[in-house]
Design a protein around this ligand. Structure first.
Ligand SMILES: [Zn+2]
Length: 76
């Protein structure tokens, strides 16, 4: 998946909902410092408007407490 595919997949601005499934809860940050879908485990990394996909490995649901949900970000 290249950057263009990712942009069309997640939308711009990205609203924080999982692009891979119909989960109605926003992605949350996990203990590995990645954004993870609570339903399917899809992971995204994000820093200062740059978003990248971590798809090799599904998240394990190790979310930080208290939960931190994804903010709306404009993809550059
Ligand atoms: Zn998902």
């Amino acid at each position: 998946m290249d950057d263009k595919d990712l942009r069309s997949l997640i939308g711009n601005p990205f609203n924080g909902y999982c692009p891979r499934c119909s989960c109605t809860e926003k992605m949350k940050i996990n203990k590995g410092d990645f954004w993870e879908c609570v339903k399917c485990g899809f992971q995204l990394g994000a820093a200062e408007g740059f978003i990248f996909v971590i798809c090799a490995e599904k998240g394990k649901g190790n979310f930080v407490e208290p939960p931190v949900h994804f903010p709306v970000v404009r993809v550059l």
